[in-house]
Design a protein around this ligand. Structure first.
Ligand SMILES: *Cc1c(COP(=O)(O)O)cnc(C)c1O
Length: 367
């Protein structure tokens, strides 16, 4: 069979290590996963009850319009009901966007390193990729503008950026949107929106009226703690939503996921708790990194990308042997670094002690 040529040069997504797999390999009872930026505090307690109550009539298709979830979010964000497009995670919204706007002969612009799904899905559609290196973890917005040509269809902004955690501030976003041609779609992926704690962060949704070529992506997988249920959404102009909905599968979010996401969205106290605890633990972790004289990128997220005097793989292997799964920078396009999700306080304390030992051993080897 003859699949598209491009598949000869691509490989399937390689997920981080699974907890059960590591437990078996190492014979450890408890594994702490700080690799995928999931919420260590779980999710709203109210979700379990709703899921239990709604776990019936699986023979019936879900509501393809996600009416209740749509109403709750649109009224909170003060956008039209039809400005929302839901996906099986924001991953699927990214895929839908690529299917609608990209084909052979077009190109798309993104930072590097950034979230890999933009490039992955764009390649499948046959588009050319223009990757603009980050500047100290931040998007090089002028470099991205300079890369635009008549075949450019989409520009991806990841803010805060995965894997660095750096945001695009309000004046920069404003200047950027003003400069981008109106027939080029600007995607702003705000998967970590809830964690942002900066006065100069943009109110991204406020630009939707002025710029119909702008779309904002949000997800229930990170601060809301529902990564396992797969719900994300885009907020955009009605004209964009209309075409995205043509490409969207009719029943792409499940009934359980819709119920859970609705309840999770209503419980903003839980989000406040999550963000408060995360920021506290992040401050402690950053103070530890300062003490260890390790450099790191500015992060407005629940993870920190730490620069190392050794390969990321070395610290990854060491911490894995102690029961901590983190993400090596080598796999993320950032050699000699690791990306660590901020976890619960006790786990962070234990992990910091392991890192301290690791660095001391490394220094001895160097002498
Ligand atoms: C985790 C993540 C996503 C994917 O979220 P899902 O909604 O789980 O598909 C999208 N973008 C970025 C930058 C992420 O880090």
């Amino acid at each position: 069979m003859k699949h598209k040529q491009i598949f000869n040069h691509m490989s399937p997504y390689k997920p981080g290590k699974q907890i059960e797999e590591v437990k078996k390999e190492l014979g450890l009872d408890r594994i702490v996963k700080l690799a995928s930026n999931e919420n260590p505090f779980g999710y709203s307690k109210k979700v379990d009850q709703v899921v239990k109550d709604s776990a019936n009539h699986f023979e019936i298709y879900p509501d393809g319009y996600a009416t209740v979830l749509r109403e709750v979010i649109s009224s909170d964000l003060q956008v039209d009901l039809d400005q929302l497009v839901f996906g099986c995670g924001s991953d699927e919204v990214i895929d839908i966007i690529c299917r609608v706007y990209l084909e052979k002969g077009t190109n798309t612009i993104m930072a590097t390193p950034t979230f890999p799904q933009y490039k992955h899905n764009a390649l499948i559609q046959g588009a050319d990729i223009k990757e603009i290196p980050l500047l100290n973890g931040y998007h090089d917005l002028q470099g991205m503008l300079d890369a635009i040509d008549t075949d450019t269809r989409i520009i991806w902004l990841c803010s805060p950026n995965n894997p660095t955690g750096c945001i695009i501030n309000q004046p920069s976003l404003e200047r950027f949107l003003e400069a981008v041609p109106e027939d080029v779609l600007v995607v702003m992926d705000e998967a970590y929106y809830e964690y942002i704690d900066r006065d100069d962060a943009p109110d991204s949704l406020s630009y939707l009226n002025q710029y119909p070529n702008f779309i904002v992506l949000r997800t229930f997988s990170k601060a809301y703690g529902l990564a396992g249920l797969r719900v994300g959404f885009g907020v955009c102009d009605l004209s964009v939503a209309n075409v995205l909905n043509i490409a969207r599968g009719p029943f792409n979010t499940t009934k359980l996921a819709q119920f859970a996401a609705t309840e999770a969205y209503r419980d903003q106290d839980f989000i406040q708790h999550t963000v408060g605890e995360t920021n506290k633990n992040k401050q402690t972790f950053i103070a530890f990194l300062d003490e260890m004289e390790l450099d790191y990128f500015d992060s407005e997220t629940n993870f920190v990308l730490v620069k190392l005097p050794v390969s990321g793989d070395a610290l990854f292997d060491y911490l894995l042997s102690k029961g901590f799964i983190i993400r090596s920078g080598e796999a993320l396009g950032m050699p000699n670094s690791v990306r660590i999700t901020i976890g619960e306080k006790a786990d962070m304390d234990t992990m910091q002690a392991h890192i301290r030992t690791f660095l001391a051993e490394h220094e001895k080897e160097d002498m």
